[in-house]
Design a protein around this ligand. Sequence first.
Ligand code: PEP
Length: 251
Amino acid sequence: MNRRPVIAGNWKMNVTAGEAESLLNQLKAELAAVGDVEIIVCPSFTTLAVACQRLAGTGINVGAQNMHWEAEGAYTGEVSGPMLSDLGCGYVILGHSERRAYFGESDGDVNKKLFVALKHKLTPIVCVGETLTEKEAGRTEAVCEQQIRGSLANLTPGDLEQIIIAYEPVWAIGTGRTATPGDAQAVIGFIRNLLRTDFGSAADKVRILYGGSVKPDNIAGLMAEADIDGGLVGGASLDPAGFAQIVKYKD
Ligand code: PEP
């Protein structure tokens, strides 16, 4: 199955709107000619507008790192799906492990957000992955299964084809410790099989990314695996030259 590769950068709580100008210019210069990879950058909320303006028409897409599960209302401090679409965002990360760990985000929350995102033409990037304790207890598959089934509850096969999934083992995020390509493939292959059971052939169309200390020197090995369709890149996405190298992993 021919699935278009995706490389997404998660800037996390870094880069002010002012600081973004030079980073965005460098990304535009480095990535102007890339056509065979779907490129997404996910700045913080306050930097989204400038990113959408500067990257319009470049082929580099913009995503948010989170959103609320209601389209509007009395939710002080929150940002909604329609607000993101209105800016020109096309993607939103949902259920990142940092949101699950520090803000108590549950699979049920992710599930509610997923439907609002799809309704407002945002492609959700749904994150799942086990902690070190869960890995050491041999619970990786059970944890991923629970997160996938909880986050994707009531989705149709047609909806599944519209979303992106990211397998991000928590122990590999920001630690410099990457899963080996073989280990990442084993879990991502497990997730795709699970999706096949629940959604049939749509499972062969959904893109599943690996995330966790992806760097220019390990991306090619990961991308060589049959079920790995791209990378969700945190720390390394803040360096435009390094991020461009990751996007151009085939070169
Ligand atoms: C992430 O935050 O999604 C991530 C994978 O971070 P890092 O690449 O820094 O491990």
